[in-house]
Design a protein around this ligand. Structure first.
Ligand SMILES: [Zn+2]
Length: 178
């Protein structure tokens, strides 16, 4: 099974047939996302199964993106994986219990995640990405180690100060301090 091109992942079959597990490979570039700079599309898989009253959705994804160093603001390329697991209420009688039955996921989110029983992939994955995205990343990898770009520009600023003798003096001063 593959995803429809409209960005919806249809879990209706799971909703109408409690116990039936559905699995979809998914792939999205989150095109409407302005704040996140993806280098590679988000890819992974989505699983869904209904208990009758609850639709359980889980997924595993990976992507590569650009974020900023928390200290110097230099871009950092980052590959990472994240998992999601969520429950959605279902109301109505699943159609497997009667020919006139139809169960549907309850919409109670401020931003819709479902369109009838189809998951709006970007809405859902965006939430998971934002929650799981690492924060406070440093290009040097540690608060103990200065950012390479920062120390370079610091040195350049010192070098630009002028007279070589003054620079020598500056060098001795900083050695004294250390
Ligand atoms: Zn940095």
């Amino acid at each position: 099974m593959t995803m429809k091109s409209d960005g919806l992942v249809d879990f209706n079959e799971a909703v109408q047939n409690p116990g039936k597990k559905l699995n979809f490979p998914v792939h999205t570039e989150l095109e409407s996302e302005e704040d996140i700079d993806l280098l590679e599309p988000i890819s992974g898989e989505l699983n869904g199964v209904s208990t009758g009253n609850i639709l359980l959705i889980s997924g595993k994804f990976k992507t590569k993106l650009v974020t900023e160093c928390a200290r110097c603001g230099e871009p950092i390329e980052l590959e990472f994986e994240f998992s999601m697991s969520d429950e959605f209420d279902v109301e109505g009688v699943p159609s497997c219990y009667g020919s006139d039955g139809y169960a549907e996921v309850v919409q109670d989110e401020p931003q819709p995640i479902f369109k009838k029983n189809a998951l709006i992939l970007d809405s859902y994955v965006r939430q998971g990405l934002l929650i799981n995205m690492p924060t406070q990343l440093l290009c040097s990898g540690s608060w103990e180690i200065p950012c390479p770009n920062q120390s370079e520009s610091h040195t350049e600023a010192l070098n630009a100060k002028g007279h070589p003798a003054m620079m020598q003096l500056e060098k001795f001063r900083s050695q004294d301090k250390a």
